[in-house]
Design a protein around this ligand. Structure first.
Ligand code: FAD
Length: 140
């Protein structure tokens, strides 16, 4: 199974980990020079440990250009050299997160002075959530 990551956060790692622990052979492809660049190196360690133990193969600087039956064609992110990964029975795209603002929507209809921030507003890094919260706290 091939996981194509077009998301710099932790989701491609956790999705691949889940699939690998279900018993699938997983290749995880990133366009970036390293996997999940927005995940801090101290947070990433446990995830890489688990992926390695589950035998997940990580491809880097690999931009998927065509998904074909049983194979996927890639281009190197910088040189554009083409190469193919074969033996692929399924492809999973991890291409961006969506904020879960259900709590905000439920509360804001009863309390107009409700604010949406952090990952519920847009999934990013911890610093965005805390900075946004700090700015809001100064305003209210
Ligand atoms: C595996 C992983 C690794 C990460 N690594 C990094 C990293 O290395 N560096 C970095 O900067 N960022 C990292 N992040 C992102 C970072 O965790 C988030 O950006 C940050 O936690 C967002 O803060 P938040 O307060 O908006 O949301 P959260 O931290 O998700 O807090 C929201 C809280 O609301 C609760 N909640 C949700 N809905 C309800 C409801 N209906 N009722 C009651 N409670 C509810 C949730 O249980 C949760 O406790 C990582 C994220 C993940 C998932």
């Amino acid at each position: 199974m091939l996981v194509i990551a077009v998301d710099d956060g932790p989701a491609p790692l956790t999705v691949s980990d889940h699939i690998a622990h279900l018993g699938h052979e997983v290749v995880l492809a990133f366009e970036t020079p390293g996997p999940s660049p927005l995940v801090g190196k101290y947070s990433a360690g446990a995830m890489f440990e688990s992926l390695d133990e589950a035998g997940v193969e990580i491809l880097q600087m690999a931009v998927a250009t065509e998904i074909r039956p049983n194979e996927v064609e890639f281009a190197h992110a910088y040189s554009r050299r083409r190469f193919t990964v074969d033996g692929i029975d399924s492809v999973v795209l991890v291409a961006g997160g969506i904020g879960n603002d259900a709590l905000y929507r439920a509360v804001s209809s009863h309390h107009p002075d409700t604010h949406l921030l952090g990952d519920a507003f847009a999934p990013r890094r911890m610093t965005y959530a805390t900075k946004q919260a700090f700015e809001l706290a100064q305003l209210i």
